[in-house]
Design a protein around this ligand. Structure first.
Ligand code: ADP
Length: 651
């Protein structure tokens, strides 16, 4: 058996963290690698040591094999985990890691190679009697041959890049006149994305389910499966929600699919963790689709239901240990579901959203696991995958895990970038999701009208009130000269202040002291404000937690009813001179340098009433509206204290 003591994780974000946590638990020291975009990222801070790879683009950093191997040498790492994506399924890299004298935590390069091309993989698997989707994987790639083969198979068909992955470059043709286009654009995309234009053709199954089997093989010839995961909820052929057990399987079909997957692994002498993917038609027949020779994003649901740590098992297998269990020892307990939190806008074609993350806050929910690569103050970079985090919930049964997940999504505050948070919560509550009527076209077919967050007047007003009061409290806290003064603002003591938002909300409020406010005529109370956490009590007496972050001139609010981004309408004059009736008070201690009005004088909106000098700066008090001065209470040269009334207007 090998001793492994220092693990380098050739990856970033949540998966780098997730792998390092297990390594640390097992007593290994950890090495992170990073690009310039990630110099202060959570995975870098977590690791015992970290090494820069290069500039932000993946090609110069996380795909830079030479730089990764240099980092391993520099730190004396004796093993390397590739995570998923990046170099995880590159057999040449696995070989180079091996040649550098390190242990690659994954399968042998030959196994990665055998499964790397869909064409070769299907031939190999088909020869072992595992069912394949009817298709054409032959050598002649001329457009004429591909068209002919597609017609022979019968439309619709799907063209896939043989070297492909991640759902990229797949083209569906439903009619004869779509064939040429599908082939040519598919070929171009295959060449661009994978450097290989070879296409395979498959009969396109309507409304199939995606099921896959988790495998583990040790270096002594034992292979077991850890049951299925269902990943039918996809957008653009990419998984969004994953769960286990699947409602589509019976004990019998589960055993059959598991055995087929084990057969595939044995065919190539597979070791370490891997996954065999199948698609299942509406009659319950399943066909081999591909094998992923690495850990998968959705591996956590299997961990929760089977009660294992797959990364730990990967490391043990790489050390040369025997699998600690036999097939008959493994059982599924309860149900687990994972959602991928993407920084993207479902209402806008799932377009990725990049930028700073002002708030990332997880509400505690029993049975919930969160793997996140982002944190408050971090960012979602344009250079990498827009998956920000994954949330995984375990429950006694499917209903239980889904309820926990919905609760977790409701409580999750992610501010700054647009995410699919609300969309995921709507999806998990869709009656057909609840009923388990899943297929890979679910999002396109069933969620068309639920892509955008529905308008909710109550949420919109609650968020506007929270934003306004939080802003008020922030201003107060920032003003060192007003500690003892009644919470009012600036030079206005007696009348209402307001905030108008571009989304239409109007909030008029008066601070009554002691955290009490009159808001649009109703009594609200601030129970606690520890930015960004605000506890508010509504006029009906409902206490609730809200989160409010101000950034980029906007207020990002998360409430029990959902999130809103608010922007205050520009006002003129500036806030310090904002609409007042009644009195003006001195905002801070100072000296009256000019009094420009007399008792009884009519003034126009914007007219200067008096000028104060405070902190070596002049402060101009202007009338916000046309009106009449009732009384001027100070004279030029007077020293005034903070909160002292200077001028009173006619009501
Ligand atoms: P990739 O390697 O790009 O992930 P896969 O072969 O795993 O590609 O397929 C990804 C997804 O594409 C599947 O989960 C399924 O939704 C869809 N798909 C693939 N093949 C077919 C098919 N023959 N019929 C219908 N849908 C398919």
């Amino acid at each position: 058996m090998k001793t492994l003591s220092k693990l380098l994780v050739a990856n970033r974000g949540e998966i780098a963290l997730r792998v390092m946590r297990t390594a640390r638990k097992m007593g290994l020291s950890t090495v992170a690698v990073y690009s310039d975009a990630d110099a202060t990222a959570p995975h870098v801070r977590f690791a015992d040591e970290a090494v820069r790879l290069g500039p932000a683009p993946s090609a110069e950093s996380y795909l830079n094999q030479a730089a990764i191997l240099r980092a391993a040498k520099l730190t004396g790492a004796d093993c390397l985990h590739p995570g998923y994506g990046f170099l995880s399924e590159n057999p040449d890299f696995a070989q180079a890691v091996h040649d550098a004298g390190l242990t690659f935590i994954g399968p042998k390069p030959a196994a990665i190679r055998a499964m790397g091309l869909k064409r070769e993989a299907k031939a190999l698997v088909g020869a072992r009697g595992v069912p394949l989707v009817p298709g054409f994987d032959g050598g002649d790639q001329s457009t004429a041959t591909l068209e002919k083969k597609a017609l022979e198979l019968g439309l619709p068909v799907i063209f896939k890049p043989s070297a492909g992955g991640g759902g990229k470059g797949m083209k569906i043709a439903r009619s004869q006149d779509e064939l040429k286009d599908a082939i040519e654009s598919g070929r171009r995309e295959a060449q661009n994305a994978f450097g290989d234009p070879t296409l395979i053709i498959e009969k396109y199954l309507e409304r199939p389910r995606h099921l896959e089997i988790q495998l583990l093989g040790d270096e002594h010839g034992s292979v077991v499966h850890l049951f299925e995961r269902e990943c039918s909820i996809q957008r653009r052929h990419q998984k969004v929600v994953e769960e286990t057990p699947s409602m589509a399987l019976t004990a019998e079909s589960r055993a059959k699919m598991g055995a087929a997957a084990v057969e595939v692994a044995k065919a190539i002498g597979y070791t370490n963790a891997g996954t065999v993917e199948f698609i299942m038609d509406s009659d319950g027949r399943f066909y081999f689709s591909e094998m992923n020779t690495r850990l998968q994003v959705e591996h956590r649901v299997t961990e929760l239901v089977v009660g294992v740590d797959l990364v730990e098992l990967q490391i043990r297998i790489a050390r040369g240990e025997h699998l600690p269990f036999k097939q008959e020892d493994l059982k599924q307990k309860g149900h687990a579901v994972q959602v991928r939190l993407y920084a993207e806008d479902p209402a806008n074609g799932f377009l990725p959203s990049v930028g700073p993350v002002h708030d990332f806050h997880v509400h505690p929910v029993g049975g919930l696991l969160v793997d996140s690569g982002v944190e408050s103050g971090g960012e979602v970079s344009m250079h990498y995958d827009p998956m920000a985090a994954k949330l995984i919930a375990w429950g006694e049964d499917r209903h239980d895990s889904a309820s926990r997940m919905v609760r977790a999504l409701q409580g999750l505050s992610v501010q700054g970038v647009t995410t699919n948070r609300g969309f995921l919560a709507r999806l998990l509550r869709h009656p057909d999701y609840v009923a388990g009527k899943l297929h890979t076209g679910f999002i396109d077919e069933k969620m068309k009208d639920a892509l955008a967050e529905p308008v909710d007047a109550e949420r919109s007003m609650l968020c506007a009130i929270a934003a306004t009061l939080a802003q008020h409290l922030t201003r107060r806290a920032a003003d060192p000269f007003l500690p003892g003064v009644v919470t009012g603002f600036r030079n206005n003591r007696f009348s209402d202040q307001f905030a108008d938002y571009e989304s239409g909300q109007h909030v008029e409020y008066r601070a009554l002291g002691d955290g009490k406010f009159l808001v649009n005529g109703a009594p609200w109370k601030v129970i606690a404000w520890d930015a960004p956490a605000l506890t508010l009590e509504s006029p009906e007496g409902l206490r609730q937690h809200v989160r409010v972050v101000a950034a980029d001139g906007k207020q990002f609010v998360h409430s029990r009813l959902g999130s809103e981004v608010l922007k205050e309408k520009a006002r003129f004059p500036a806030p310090v001179d904002a609409a007042v009736k009644g009195g003006f008070m001195a905002p801070m201690p100072g000296k009256v340098v000019k009094v420009l009005v007399k008792d009884g004088e009519s003034v126009k909106s914007g007219q200067t009433l008096l000028v104060l000098e405070a902190m070596k700066m002049e402060q101009t008090t202007r009338s916000p509206a046309d009106g009449v001065v009732k009384k001027v209470l100070v004279r030029e040269g007077d020293q005034v204290t903070a909160g002292q009334i200077l001028v009173v207007m006619e009501e």
